[in-house]
Design a protein around this ligand. Structure first.
Ligand code: WQD
Length: 341
């Protein structure tokens, strides 16, 4: 009997890649999505990749009646992976209360439903944003979580605390928070990938859209930082490697005897790359020359962050398999496919 996993936000960028990897690993994923930040066509693409017909429930996981209806309809559910959340840093500054409402309510609704229906396993989509600008790099899971620069980052920090408190209350929950670094790239089939709404805020989708002629020119937000080439450093992880970390997390939770558990894992490559290094790697991976200009710093950017991922390597038996160039090649193949569709 396949273990059934409800994936909230399962039509989103990381969610869709995780649904594919869950299927590949022998789980039975079920997608819950309200399509507020995802395109319905993604579900058909997932079915093309998996040769399956993944169960889909359209609705908002802040809606208790809807979510309980999904669990009743699906019967024995082994776990949840919770991606559904608003995640644009800049937007969160403009609409903080929407972010608190949506990101907290959705988590609370999922956790309460899990407890009511005795669903044991939970994986939460967190972010390295919680570390802020750490004094010592690479960051480990023991690196102090800082006061957040944005409401988005604060929702991730507080959501982790909510999960921890729920587990500490003695609830029969086995939970993991995965602190993502910078997810980039796309599935090798180029059928699913990142679909930013409007002008991309993130570096890699802006690069691929600039290379495709959709954006006039890439602006590098500052080259006067205290780094080797003056540009910010991040830990860019292939989205498929990231997706596989969720599968490994469920397998790890399933192997744990105790019925009450919580832990946190960094999920990155363990290496940092600067903006200029990403540009160079993209040009090499795609054969496309990128025109860019150096512009002013972007408010709120931290100088550098990259993760120590030894804990996930050891305990989750997980490690990245894709290089920065693999990620940028796959991002470019995905972008070119969008142009053709
Ligand atoms: C990376 C670097 C920019 C665009 C954000 C969120 C984080 C997570 C991932 C959700 C920075 C530079 C970017 C451009 C540039 N999201 N850049 N020109 O800010 O590290 O992380 O996305 O979980 O929470 O904070 O990613 O891709 O926006 O920026 O020079 O047009 O690229 O200044 O140094 P970031 P990013």
């Amino acid at each position: 009997m396949k273990k059934k996993i409800i994936v909230t936000g399962g039509a989103g960028y990381i969610g869709s890649h995780t649904v594919v990897e869950l299927f590949n690993a022998g789980f039975e994923p079920v997608i819950v999505d309200n399509f507020s930040n995802a395109d319905k066509s993604v579900v058909a693409r997932i079915n093309e990749i998996t040769g399956s017909n993944i169960e889909l429930h359209e609705g908002d996981c802040c809606d208790e009646v809807f979510l309980k209806g999904v669990i009743e309809a699906e019967g024995a559910v082994d776990g949840f992976i919770h991606f559904a959340a608003y995640k644009a840093v800049g937007e969160s500054v403009k609409k903080p209360l929407d972010y608190y409402r949506n990101n907290f309510d959705s988590l609370l609704t999922v956790l309460k439903a899990m407890m009511e229906y005795s669903i044991p396993h939970f994986v939460f989509s967190s972010s390295c944003t919680v570390y802020g600008q750490a004094a010592v790099l690479p960051v480990t899971e023991e690196t102090p979580v800082q006061k957040q620069e944005s409401p988005y980052g604060n929702t991730k920090k507080v959501c982790e605390e909510m999960i921890n408190d729920a587990v500490n209350s003695g609830a029969k929950l086995k939970c993991i928070s995965l602190r993502y670094f910078n997810p980039i790239g796309a599935h090798a089939s180029a059928k699913i990938g990142e679909l930013p709404l409007g002008v991309p805020q993130n570096l890699v989708p802006f690069i691929t859209q600039a290379a495709a002629g959709i954006r006039r020119q890439l602006t590098v937000f500052g080259n006067d930082y205290d780094t080797p080439d003056g540009t910010c450093i991040r830990d860019y992880i292939h989205v498929v490697d990231l997706a596989k970390a969720h599968v490994k997390s469920l397998e790890y939770l399933g192997s744990r005897k105790a019925d009450n558990f919580y832990d946190v894992f960094n999920v990155g490559t363990g290496k940092g790359n600067s903006v200029l290094e990403v540009i160079k790697a993209f040009e090499k991976a795609s054969g496309q020359k990128l025109i860019y200009r150096i512009g002013p710093r972007r408010t709120g950017d931290i100088v550098q962050i990259y993760g120590n991922v030894n804990k996930a390597n050891k305990l989750l038996d997980w490690k990245t398999e894709m290089t920065l160039e693999d990620s940028l090649r796959d991002a470019w193949e995905w972008q070119k496919g969008l142009g053709r569709s």
